[in-house]
Design a protein around this ligand. Structure first.
Ligand SMILES: [Zn+2]
Length: 254
C-alpha cells in the first residue's frame, strides 16, 4: 500500500513532463516526395585529377558515406538496405553522358569550380530518366568585405573573394546530407529553432565548415528513412508519406 502511494505521484509527474515537451517541440522533417523502388546503385564520378588531386580520397569518403547510411539502416531494421556503388575515373566518364550509365540510380558528381554563393552541394531528381544527381563542392568561395579607413571614399569598401579548398571532413558531411535527399528526406527543421538543432540531424539545411566537425547520420535521420520505406527497406511495400513529418523519437508519426 505504501509503495503504491509513492509510485503513483512519480508516474503522474513523468506524464506531465512528456506532454509538456511534445506541446512545445515541433521538430520535423520535410520529404522529397521521391523514393527508390529498388536497391539503388550510386555511381561515383571521380573528378579530374589535374584539378582535384584528392580524387582517390573523395572516392573513398563517398563509399564510406554510403556505408554509414546502409550500416545504420541495417542496424535499425532487418530490411534490404543495400546501397550499391560503382566508381568511374574521370577518364571513364568525362566524355560520356548519363545516357551511357543506365545502371546508375544516383550519381555523385564532384565540382571543383568554387561555388560563388557558398553552396556545398545539391541534389536533384531527374524524374523522366529516373535518377538522382548529387553535386558535391570541393572548393568554395568566401566573400569578405574589408573596410580600409583613411583611403578615398570610393575605395573604402572592398569586396574580396577568397577561394578555398574544402577539407575532406566537410565534403564528407555534405555527401552524407545529399545522400539523405536522394533517399527521400528533404530537410530537418526545429520549432523553435534551438542552438543544438544543427546537431540533431545530418539533414539540417546548413553545415558549418572549416571547424573540423564530423557529422554523423543520426537516429532521427534513420527513423525518417525507415518511415518512408518501411522496415523491409527498398524492396518493401510502402505507404505514401506526407511532405511534413514530425521527428518524434519513435520516428513513426507523420
Ligand atoms: Zn540539403
Amino acid at each position: 500500500m505504501r509503495l503504491a502511494l509513492i509510485v503513483i505521484p512519480i508516474l503522474f509527474l513523468i506524464l506531465i513532463t512528456s506532454s509538456v515537451q511534445s506541446a512545445f517541440a515541433f521538430d520535423y522533417f520535410k520529404t522529397m516526395g521521391t523514393m527508390y523502388s529498388t536497391n539503388p546503385v550510386y555511381c561515383i564520378m571521380e573528378p579530374d585529377p589535374e584539378v582535384e588531386p584528392r580524387y582517390e580520397y573523395l572516392r573513398e569518403i563517398a563509399i564510406n558515406s554510403l556505408a554509414e547510411w546502409q550500416y545504420k539502416l541495417e542496424k535499425k531494421t532487418n530490411g534490404y538496405w543495400n546501397l550499391y556503388h560503382q566508381s568511374y575515373s574521370f577518364e571513364q566518364h568525362s566524355t560520356r553522358t548519363t545516357e551511357d550509365f543506365k545502371q546508375c540510380n544516383a550519381f555523385i558528381n564532384f565540382i571543383s569550380e568554387p561555388s560563388k554563393d557558398g553552396t556545398l552541394g545539391s541534389a536533384s531528381a531527374n524524374l523522366e530518366q529516373d535518377y538522382y544527381w548529387l553535386e558535391i563542392q570541393t572548393q568554395i568561395s568566401h566573400r569578405k568585405i574589408s573596410i580600409n579607413l583613411g583611403e578615398a571614399w570610393e575605395n573604402r569598401v572592398s569586396n574580396m573573394v577568397i577561394d578555398e579548398t574544402l577539407p575532406l571532413y566537410d565534403i564528407r558531411n555534405t555527401i552524407l546530407h545529399e545522400i539523405g535527399h536522394s533517399l527521400g528526406v528533404e530537410h530537418f527543421y526545429c520549432m523553435p529553432m534551438t542552438e543544438n538543432c544543427i546537431d540533431k540531424s545530418i539533414m539540417f539545411g546548413s553545415i558549418s565548415t572549416f571547424k573540423g566537425i564530423i557529422k554523423p547520420v543520426t537516429e532521427l535521420d534513420i527513423n525518417m528513412v525507415v518511415r518512408i520505406y518501411g522496415d523491409d527497406g527498398f524492396l518493401g511495400y510502402h505507404t505514401p508519406v506526407s511532405l511534413y513529418c514530425l521527428a518524434l523519437p519513435s520516428g513513426r508519426v507523420c
